[in-house]
Every structure is written in structure tokens, then in C-alpha cells.
Design a protein around this ligand. Structure first.
Ligand code: MLT
Length: 338
């Protein structure tokens, strides 16, 4: 393979330099292929950009277990938190593109942050998509004894007490922050954002009454709602959650514009051999097709994506479309890291 290609370059009068580059690329390709054949030959690390126990972490652990079984190597979860998840994503961008360091994240970390933080990396160029993962709507939740029994009463309270409500987030750009900013904009009354390293620690403070509310992923809030330790006022989806039919939609509860969902995804450093991306994608697609996995995820409001949306190309196209749609909106809303 190598030789043939070398001769034709010379015949075309390209200099020695071009020949060298050509053969270097061929070597790298061959090495990549060789690496892909034995991949994985050691533990794989999934970098979760938020705290342990939160929705992004739980999804990574569920899928990690299936990747372990499918590919026959341990899968380690590393929680690298801070700056709305942008530090954890940066950790993967800087990693060797060999398939052993994987990024999971979502709309916030892999779209919104690009319009909010002066990132030292390019979300579309410096990471290669592996697979789109399930998504979930948000719940408007409050501490148990907050003086609002429904969404209309919450809206009235926020209007009557501008800047008084403490809303938990996972940092600027996180799903909980974008959701909170969206609600505050719709209501026309500011709230105080209280940043945490993830919505799992934020939830602890909501349960203990240290903060007043969250616009939180259903996957994180539903277990606490079921225990009665927090109150759910609405779900930001067009239809009620099958897993929680008692929670009204935001439209039913009086705020039809409050529609939002957090989609998740998996990426590797740019330049990771395609054959390795395909192995990882295969393991994820197999896990998402498993009825037991789907049931476990559906129980906390996580659903999809459709089967034809699980390829690396589908995630690449979807992420690009989301960037083009949301960056102007986020910038116009002056949502910033401050
Ligand atoms: C988390 O895992 O903590 C969440 O994904 C944070 C968020 O709301 O974006």
C-alpha cells in the first residue's frame, strides 16, 4: 500500500518534502488502524464534567458498565468539575486521541458554553462525536416549604420578590443555569443563581432548604420528588412524563413558552481513529437498544434518541445545528459566566 502511493507522488513532480508528509500520514493511518485492532487493551476513562451522583454522572455510569461488558476493559468515571463543565471538556480535548479518554456532556457543556465562556478549544473542531445519548426535560422544583403550590404562584412570588429567590445551578452555562435564566427572562424577574459543581450537590441544598428552587433535569429531580423531599411544579415538555404523570406541563401550569430539554452526547479527542470511534459507538448503540437500560433510563425521564440519530454523523450534524441556533439566542440574552 505504502510503496505504490510513494512512486506516483514523485511522478507528479512533488518534492521530497511532500513525499515524506505523504508517508508520515500513511504511517499514522496504519498505526491508528493497528491501535484500533487491539482497542481497548487497557481501562477507558469517561470524564464527567459535573459532580458525582448528578444526571450526567448517572448516565455515564449506566453506559460505562455496558461499554465495559461490550469491549472487555474496565471503564473508569472521572469527575472533573468547574466552570459549567468546561474544565472537564477541556481535559478531554487535551487528551491523546487514542480512545482511552472520553467526554460525556450535554447541550450546556457542548453547545451553550461556547457562547458563554472564552473557551481555549473549539467545541465543533477539537472533539469528534461518538454518539448522541438520551435526553430529558427539565422540572421546575422548589424546596418543600416554599410559598408556592403551583407554577402560577411561583411566578407571582418571583415578580413580587425580584432577585430574592436562590436558584441552584451547576455553574454558568449548565442546564440548570440556562433553565433558570430562561424562566427569569420569561417571568421578567431576576433570581439569584447559586452555582455548585453539579446539580447533585445543589439538590442536597434544595432538600435541606438552603436554596429555594431549581430548573433541573428530570433525571436528577424525580427521585427526590418521589420521596416527597422537594416539590415539582411543572415539566418543560410538550407532554407529561410517563414516569411522573402527576406533574403538569409548563403549558398546563400557565407558562407555555417554558419548553426545554437537555440532550446528552459522547465525544472523543479530535483525531481518534475512526475504527475506535465505531467500536465505542457500537457499544453505546447496543446499550441503548437494551430494554433493561431503556427502562432504567425512562424511569427517570431519560428517553431517545431515535435509532437513526445514534451515529457519529448524526451527533455532528445535530450539535452544529444547535450551535447555530442557540449561540445568537444566548448572546442576545446576555447570559454570561459572571
Ligand atoms: C449535572 O450532571 O450536574 C448536570 O448535568 C448539570 C446541569 O444542570 O447542567
Amino acid at each position: 500500500m505504502k510503496i505504490g502511493r510513494a512512486v506516483s507522488a514523485a511522478a507528479l513532480g512533488f518534492g521530497a518534502g511532500v513525499w515524506a508528509v505523504g508517508s508520515l500520514a500513511t504511517c499514522a493511518f496504519a498505526q491508528g488502524n493497528a491501535a484500533a485492532q487491539i482497542y481497548p487493551s487497557r481501562p477507558i476513562t469517561i470524564v464527567v464534567p459535573f459532580a458525582a451522583g448528578g444526571p450526567t454522572d448517572v448516565l455515564a455510569r449506566v453506559l460505562g458498565e455496558h461499554i465495559r461488558v461490550a469491549l472487555g476493559q474496565p471503564v473508569l468515571i472521572e469527575n472533573v468539575t468547574g466552570a459549567g463543565g468546561s474544565i472537564g471538556v477541556g481535559r478531554v480535548v487535551a487528551a491523546v486521541p487514542d480512545g482511552y479518554t472520553i467526554s460525556t456532556g450535554h447541550f450546556g457543556t457542548h453547545v451553550a458554553n461556547g457562547a458563554i465562556y472564552p473557551l481555549k478549544y473549539d467545541l465543533l473542531r477539537d472533539l469528534d462525536p461518538v454518539a448522541r445519548l438520551p435526553s430529558n426535560p427539565m422540572l421546575v422544583v422548589t424546596r418543600k416549604n416554599f410559598p408556592a403550590a403551583n407554577l402560577n404562584e411561583l411566578v407571582a412570588w418571583l415578580k413580587a420578590n425580584p432577585g430574592k429567590a436562590a436558584a441552584g445551578t451547576a455553574g454558568a452555562g449548565s442546564g440548570a443555569h440556562i433553565g433558570g435564566a430562561f424562566l427569569a427572562n420569561l417571568v421578567g424577574a431576576p433570581v439569584q443563581f447559586v452555582p455548585y459543581r453539579g446539580t447533585a450537590p445543589a439538590m442536597q441544598d434544595l432538600v435541606s432548604g438552603q436554596i429555594d428552587l431549581m430548573i433541573d433535569q428530570a433525571a436528577n429531580s424525580l427521585p427526590q420528588v418521589r420521596q416527597g423531599s422537594i416539590r415539582a411544579l411543572a415539566v418543560t415538555a410538550a407532554t407529561r412524563l410517563a414516569a411522573a404523570p402527576e406533574i403538569p406541563t409548563a403549558a398546563e401550569a400557565g407558562l407555555p413558552q417554558l419548553q426545554m430539554e437537555i440532550w446528552n452526547g459522547m465525544w472523543v479527542p479530535h483525531g481518534t481513529p475512526r475504527a475506535i470511534v465505531d467500536k465505542l459507538n457500537g457499544a453505546v448503540v447496543k446499550a441503548l437498544a437494551d430494554p433493561a437500560v431503556r427502562e432504567k433510563l425512562a424511569a427517570v425521564g431519560l428517553d431517545g434518541p431515535p435509532a437513526d440519530q445514534r451515529t457519529p454523523e448524526a451527533l455532528a450534524a445535530f450539535q452544529k445545528a444547535e450551535v447555530e441556533k442557540w449561540w445568537p439566542i444566548i448572546k442576545a440574552a446576555h447570559i454570561s459566566a459572571e
